[in-house]
Design a protein. Structure first.
Length: 426
């Protein structure tokens, strides 16, 4: 009971609202392409201006992730939010789709990448250690709600006050976010003396295992892009006119899953949840490949939301446990960057697949990719202990070389040595 009460403490809620308002500020910019169109910007130009934001966030996260571990998290969160606040007024000066919007979107990408990662770390620090995955799921719910409300609110603001009103509203949400982060009392960070930094920790694993760990978020992001970016066009191709019910069902299922069973990996282990969650997402893709009516279309949304609600908290905390709780900032930044890379690469790849084979086979291929890779991941990726403590072992079925420091050591023993030497006690 104490853990349940401490989970919803005042500081956690303040930090959570800080993250929600931060996400709301960014989600208002989903309408920014409409603003750029008034300058007769080409589609490729709009794509560059919008995409540079994500590219910069992907690029800087791993670098700032380490700073989030060695500096106070609140300091890094406020730095990112402050950068966004400084940049926001300059959007009022945009008069064309030239260099200025590209630079501003690049700067907001940096601010977003830093503030998002640091604020998530603050929130998760304020939850009980044994509820890490559950807290990550709840944090994700705040992002889901913000991404659902943001575009609708942006349309209302633009219709009433124009895009200058939108820019002021975005700045106002940033002020609210900063106020919440300032008001939240930051949890005491782990003592890092004698601990291994995130980058050095990676040397404890074989190249094969590193690829396994890194590829699953990429595959997950790629499959997510196949659903999110192509679902509207696919729906029209099968005669389903409204996609709103699909996304509503998806969001409701993801939110309810994270609230009520988001702690499954806290109780039973990360990999024990990652595989079933990935299989549910694969099932969703297989169902989409055969759906022909609106009810089954909505059912696919429910199944997809259920899988997404399970996999995000389990997979994100899996990477945190593998790298150690003292490297949480680096682990979070790595996970988020890998997922975004998957989203970025998956869109053109699955677009190419759909051009060749059609949408139905595209979803079959997407589900098959995730299904096969998840099985490989389950067989050979290391299994961190529940709650991230103690040691971990994984069977080396392939007898592949391990990387330790700068030396290559051939592993002949049937099991890997512990990957959690001096692991986190968080």
């Amino acid at each position: 009971m104490n853990s349940v009460r401490s989970f919803w403490n005042k500081n956690f809620l303040l930090a959570l609202f800080g993250y929600f308002f931060l996400f709301m500020s960014i989600s208002l910019f989903f309408l920014f392409p409409v603003f750029l169109k008034q300058f007769q910007a080409t589609e490729s130009r709009v794509g560059l201006i919008m995409g540079i934001h994500s590219l910069m966030a992907i690029f800087i996260r791993p670098f700032f992730g380490r700073l989030i571990d060695v500096r106070p998290r609140k300091e890094m969160s406020l730095f990112g939010i402050g950068l966004l606040l400084v940049v926001m007024p300059f959007f009022h000066l945009i008069r064309d789709a030239g260099v200025l919007p590209v630079v501003l979107r690049a700067l907001t990408g940096i601010g977003w990448g830093v503030s998002m990662t640091a604020t998530i770390a603050i929130c998760s620090d304020l939850a009980p250690v044994e509820k890490l995955a559950h807290s990550m799921g709840i944090i994700g719910v705040a992002g889901l709600i913000a991404s659902a409300l943001g575009p609708s609110l942006a349309e209302e603001i633009v219709s009433r006050f124009g895009f200058h009103g939108l820019f002021w509203a975005s700045a106002a949400f940033l002020v609210l976010s900063m106020a919440c982060v300032l008001a939240a009392k930051e949890a005491e960070q782990l003592e890092r003396q004698g601990k291994t930094s995130g980058l050095r920790k990676l040397r404890d694993f074989s190249l094969f295992v590193l690829i396994l760990i890194g590829c699953l978020p990429v595959f997950h992001g790629a499959v997510r892009s196949a659903v999110v970016y192509f679902i509207a066009v696919f729906a029209r191709s099968i005669g389903v006119e409204r996609i709103g019910p699909f996304f509503l069902a998806f969001s409701i299922a993801a939110i309810l899953t994270r609230f009520f069973i988001g702690d499954l990996s806290d109780r039973y282990g990360r990999k024990q949840v990652i595989l079933p969650a990935a299989l549910v997402i694969s099932l969703n893709c297989f169902l989409l490949s055969s759906v022909r009516t609106s009810p089954f279309f909505i059912l696919a949304g429910l199944i997809g939301g259920f899988g997404q609600g399970l996999i995000f908290p389990a997979l994100s905390t899996y990477i945190i446990d593998v790298l150690g709780r003292e490297n949480k900032g680096f682990a979070l930044s790595l996970y988020l960057s890998l997922f975004d890379v998957g989203m970025g690469l998956g869109s053109p790849f699955f677009g190419w697949v759909s051009d060749l084979f059609g949408f139905r086979k595209m979803y079959l291929i997407a589900g098959g990719f995730l299904f096969v890779f998840s099985l490989v991941f389950t067989l050979w990726a290391p299994s961190p202990p529940k709650n991230g403590g103690g040691g971990s072992e994984t069977v080396n079925l392939l007898g592949l070389p391990s990387i330790k420091g700068k030396k290559i050591i051939l592993t002949s023993a049937p099991r890997w040595r512990s990957i959690f030497e001096g692991g986190s006690s968080a």
